[in-house]
Design a protein around this ligand. Structure first.
Ligand code: C2E
Ligand code: CA
Ligand code: CA
Ligand code: CA
Length: 275
């Protein structure tokens, strides 16, 4: 038993060490990738479900790695958050997106993600406003997506940051609504302009009663609080029809398109005379 125990520990140590090495490799990579502009914005279409019209894009980071190809954010965002690089990373992605999208049709908005860790920075609002001034991207076309956790760790600071952003005409969305990180109490604490329903509920709503009931409940809540809702994870026309039947107006997901690099976004916009 003693031997087996030691064996298990040895195995556990080895796997932990591999994990640690992988994280260290990502961290070291990020330190040069961010200033080198290798972390770039991809654009995911957001669509008006009642008309099918394109209304904007969610901006999603991708790492264009010189040897490993395109790396998805789930691999590097958590590392960037832990080693204090998330502020520089998100700001770099936002700056590129503002520069790329400033000449696009003024009806098109951008939704940008801000991490809980970034909300601990008392200068966050000023940094975002400075980026807007420097790039000439209009604040009225920007929506910032916030997830909970840090919002309520320091509610006073979060309220001040959200207040400064909203004063300049920037809209604020509560992201991942319905997951463990966002809940009802949070809706009252901050003046959100929109709720985003997490894809985990939307993806399963056609064949899972509970998911359908949750999406339905969130739709009613949005109605009664006068908060518009965006649904993530619209993968099929079946899902789209269900959302439309619930009165939801805005969606994004594979049905409309996967996140794409700026060149593909420009081609799409040119075809629709939006550029
Ligand atoms: P999120 O904000 O919840 O973003 C939505 C995620 O759902 C994206 O994954 C998007 O590609 C995916 N998605 C949207 N529609 C569908 C669909 O129909 N089916 C499926 N299967 N997936 C769909 P992605 O791009 O991998 O991003 C993961 C997370 O990384 C994001 O979750 C966001 O929290 C974070 N993130 C991405 N870019 C940035 C950034 O620049 N800064 C910060 N702070 N976080 C970022
Ligand atoms: Ca992904
Ligand atoms: Ca988001
Ligand atoms: Ca989500």
């Amino acid at each position: 038993a003693k031997k087996a125990g030691r064996g298990r520990f040895a195995w556990f140590d080895a796997s932990m060490e591999r994990e640690l090495q992988a994280r260290t490799r990502i961290e070291t990579g990020l330190r040069t990738a961010i200033p080198a502009g290798q972390i770039v914005p991809y654009y995911e279409q957001q669509v008006d479900l009642s008309t099918g019209r394109l209304i904007g894009f969610e901006v999603l980071a991708r790492w264009e790695h010189p040897t490993d190809g395109i790396i998805e954010p789930d691999t590097f965002i958590p590392v960037a958050e832990e080693c204090g690089l998330i502020g520089d990373l998100s700001m770099s992605v936002m700056r590129q997106a503002f520069e790329q999208a400033r000449g696009w049709d003024p009806s098109l908005s951008l939704s940008c993600n801000v991490s809980p860790a970034q909300l601990r920075d008392p200068w966050l609002a000023q940094k975002i406003l400075k980026l807007l001034t420097e790039t000439g991207f209009p604040p009225s076309r920007l929506e910032i997506e916030l997830t909970e956790s840090a919002l309520f760790e320091n509610l006073g600071l979060a309220q001040a940051t959200v207040g400064s952003l909203k004063n300049q005409g920037i809209r604020i969305a509560l992201d991942d609504f319905g997951t463990g990180y966002s809940s009802l109490a949070h809706l009252r604490a901050l003046p959100f302009d929109r709720i985003k329903i997490d894809k985990s509920f939307v993806l399963s709503m056609v064949d899972n009663q509970e998911s359908a009931a949750i999406v339905d409940a969130i739709a009613r809540l949005g109605d009664s609080l006068n908060l518009p809702i965006t649904a993530e994870g619209v993968e099929t026309s079946g899902i789209e029809e269900r959302l439309r039947a619930l009165g939801l107006r805005k969606g994004q997901g594979w049905l409309f398109g996967k996140p794409m690099p700026v060149a593909a976004a420009r081609t799409l916009l040119a075809e629709r005379a939006l550029i």
